[in-house]
Design a protein around this ligand. Structure first.
Ligand SMILES: CC(C)(COP(=O)(O)OP(=O)(O)OC[C@H]1O[C@@H](n2cnc3c(N)ncnc32)[C@H](O)[C@@H]1OP(=O)(O)O)[C@@H](O)C(=O)NCCC(=O)NCCS
Length: 150
């Protein structure tokens, strides 16, 4: 695939079905409700700065996305840390640099808004995703998540 044919743009509310579809292709389950809550939070609330992006192919079809959260604090003061929640590339378009493009543009967008650090959570067993984040200059943070089963 010609890399120049891929266009990265801000995610819109209308991208909902495409995002849910890509997620379903990756996870093999429907997480429509999860994304409904996420889209409501990010697109209907004024507390978050638009930070999520999609990748479109030359026909305008959405082939990948990255969802992030940048909270517009009280009094409209932007935070220095943002979250990268979910990244997904349609399996038919993986390993062609789309993920890397999404990641680069996400970082540039965040940097331009004054963000200094991006946090994300990755499942310990998801070696591919850990490798992808590592290749994109993420490293383990100094805090760890603790949990207790009840
Ligand atoms: C992680 C993920 C986003 C990467 O997307 P991608 O578009 O395949 O990423 P890239 O193509 O930029 O890079 C992936 C690999 O392809 C390689 N690659 C990049 N361009 C390439 C090309 N033109 N030819 C061959 N390989 C290439 C990269 O070197 C990289 O290899 P590495 O992982 O060994 O470092 C994608 O695999 C994915 O969506 N995984 C599932 C994530 C998930 O579970 N999300 C939650 C649900 S949505």
């Amino acid at each position: 695939m010609d890399q120049d044919a891929i266009k990265i743009r801000l995610m819109r509310n209308e991208d909902f079905d495409a995002v849910v579809g890509i997620d379903r292709k990756i996870t093999l389950e429907s997480r429509r409700q999860y994304y409904e809550l996420k889209f409501d939070k990010l697109f209907k609330s004024k507390d978050y700065v638009p930070a999520s992006l999609v990748a479109e192919d030359e026909d305008g079809a959405v082939v990948g996305f990255v969802m992030g959260e940048l909270y517009l604090g009280e009094y409209g003061i932007l935070q220095e840390e943002a979250t990268l929640d979910t990244i997904g590339v349609d399996p038919d378009f993986q390993h062609q640099g789309v993920g890397e493009r999404l990641m680069q543009e996400f970082m540039e967008h965040m940097r331009s808004l004054g963000v200094e650090k991006i946090n994300t959570l990755v499942h310990w067993n998801d070696a591919n995703l850990i490798r992808f984040f590592s290749a994109n200059n993420f490293s383990p943070s100094k805090t760890i998540n603790l949990e207790r089963v009840l």
